[in-house]
Design a protein around this ligand. Structure first.
Ligand SMILES: Nc1ncnc2c1ncn2[C@@H]1O[C@H](COP(=O)(O)OP(=O)(O)OP(=O)(O)O)[C@@H](O)[C@H]1O
Length: 250
């Protein structure tokens, strides 16, 4: 499969209804995109004229301070957001890893949640049972897999979500942060799952605040600032400029 992502001059703006304190929203030196106070709405221009062309074999990392537009760019690639101007074309099946934890229903069992997730992730009906059994094994939840998720401890819930990684498949892997757990016994399994996913994907695009993760898993780094691409190039080079900029900013 020839996967590709072509983004040309794309901009994304979020709109928020104005409230009484709207005149105080812009503070110098704060993180995030500037907030434009319109007549009835506040506008947050999260991405500004972004162009990006990715093809098979590309492994790309996103860096930038909080609110610089990384998640917005990932959501755009995942088809979860509309653009106000420009164009985007995505070829290949997209697997957004960040969607995993969303929509877990506390009143349903781990098994039932895993089944629903399989269907949501587009796993064929005939393979659902096998996949769910794999999730059960990975999670090591034992009998708890059959109980409602509301009876889980926080760590058990996170085990269920991590094990759902097993369901992520596609040509284009979109990751918002490398997932790691607080339980070392689970961490190895999760890291292995993520590594396998990266290796089997045609295109990887990943945001992270960890230099180690991006250096290990990506070749090209995109530095976003206030919704614009400030630099794009080999990971070590872009990090050098980014760190210098951060020092000045501090
Ligand atoms: N649903 C939303 N409604 C309004 N504004 C939003 C929404 N989501 C994000 N934003 C704004 O868009 C800008 C970019 O946010 P985004 O989540 O893409 O940043 P990020 O680089 O992923 O940040 P972080 O490193 O903190 O996760 C920010 O100014 C943020 O406040």
């Amino acid at each position: 499969m020839r996967a590709s992502i072509e983004i040309k001059d794309a901009s994304v703006t979020y709109y928020l209804r104005k409230s009484g304190k709207s005149d105080k929203v812009n503070k110098k030196g704060s993180v995030g995109a500037p907030i434009i106070v319109g007549h009835r709405y506040l506008e947050v221009q999260a991405l500004k004229n972004v162009s990006l062309s990715l093809k098979n074999g590309n492994r790309v990392g996103l860096v930038g301070i909080n609110g610089s537009g990384k998640s917005t760019l990932l959501k755009l690639c995942a088809g979860a957001l509309a653009i106000q101007s420009g164009s985007i074309s995505v070829k290949g099946r997209v697997s957004p890893q960040f969607a995993l934890g969303a929509g877990i229903k506390p009143e349903l069992s781990g098994r039932r949640n895993a089944e629903l997730k399989c269907l949501y992730m587009g796993i064929p009906q005939s393979k659902v049972t096998d996949y769910v059994d794999e999730v059960a094994t990975f999670s090591e939840l034992g009998g708890y897999f059959e109980l409602p998720v509301r009876s889980y401890s926080a760590g058990m819930r996170s085990r269920l979500v991590m094990s759902l990684l097993r369901l992520v498949r596609g040509d284009i892997l979109i990751m918002d942060e490398w997932i790691s757990t607080t339980d070392p016994s689970m961490n190895k399994t999760v890291s292995k799952l993520q590594a396998d996913l990266i290796e089997s994907s045609s295109i990887v695009i990943m945001a992270s605040h960890s230099q180690r993760v991006l250096s290990d898993w990506t070749e090209t780094l995109i530095w976003l600032d206030q919704g614009e691409i400030k630099a794009m190039g080999p990971v070590a080079e872009v990090y050098k400029d980014y760190h210098q900029w951060m020092k000045k900013r501090a």
